[in-house]
Design a protein around this ligand. Sequence first.
Ligand SMILES: [Zn+2]
Ligand SMILES: [Zn+2]
Length: 344
Amino acid sequence: MSLRLSEKWFRRALWLIAILFAFFLIRLGGLIVSDLPMIAPAPSLESFMDPREATRVKAAIALAQTAIRAANAALETENLQLQTKQHTYLNARDTFANWLATRSATDQASQNSELIIRTQALDNLKADEQASELIVANSQKDKLAASQNLTAAQTLYSQLLASSQKKWAVSQHHEELRVFGIRLSLTLPLLVLAGFLFSKNRKGKYWPFVWGFCGFALFTFFVELVPYIPSYGGYVRYGVGVLLVLVLGRYLIHALQTYLATQRIKEQLPEPERHKNVDYDLAQKRLTQGICPSCERPIKLNDASGNFCKDCGICLFDHCDHCHARKNAFAHFCHHCGEPGSVG
Ligand SMILES: [Zn+2]
Ligand SMILES: [Zn+2]
């Protein structure tokens, strides 16, 4: 609390130091916490399945998929062959029909044996086509069976996954807890240390570092911890918040009581002693603000005849012993003639 210009600027610079100190501590702490090697990658859901059962079901799936692919490849060739045979039969039937038409027109009995041979050949072609149809049907049956096997194996696999889901969720929860515990065990002591430093050293010579450290600890606990808290972690954060507000509130209430008590004692002291107890810079500041430097109640500055505080009786203005000018009773020198004042 000083009116000296340089001291004011020094104090501002020291506040800047406090802020910078907090800023760099926060950055450094963030780096350290994010680089902690204790955080293992989360295990996959599949790692919680019975490995033998999982291997068996996976093999069954692969087998069924191979069977389907094989059946598809076979069906492609067989369908082509069937189509060729169907074409061949249809062509042969047309040729036969034409031949038959010509034959009935000429009606040659000598061609009866040829009719038998041609009919036989046509029947053979039809039989060949039917055999091919049978092969295609068999392949389709194989494919259907493989598809059913695949569906069954996949269902089994999803059942296995579902049964390991619970174990996986439990493990995830444990991991979250562990990580949160680590971070809490790093940040909570910082907060406690900050509280201790604040209560002991916040007005000491090195106050900018204390305030900077307190800012860092508060930020780390209430902001940096947030992304890592499990669902119920809010309880810890808000619980500590409530505790801090209680401690701070209790401190302020006590400070108010102490202030009022010391103020009452001060006001009962004889006037010259009270004059000496008032800080020089503070007195100058309070007087210009229109506040009594002793009891801190408002005073009227524009009343030139008012030399004393009406509330506590302290002398605010007196007259110079040398030139008798009315002057600030807390001033070290007379502003008019430069004579040293009575108050040191
Ligand atoms: Zn007063
Ligand atoms: Zn004077």
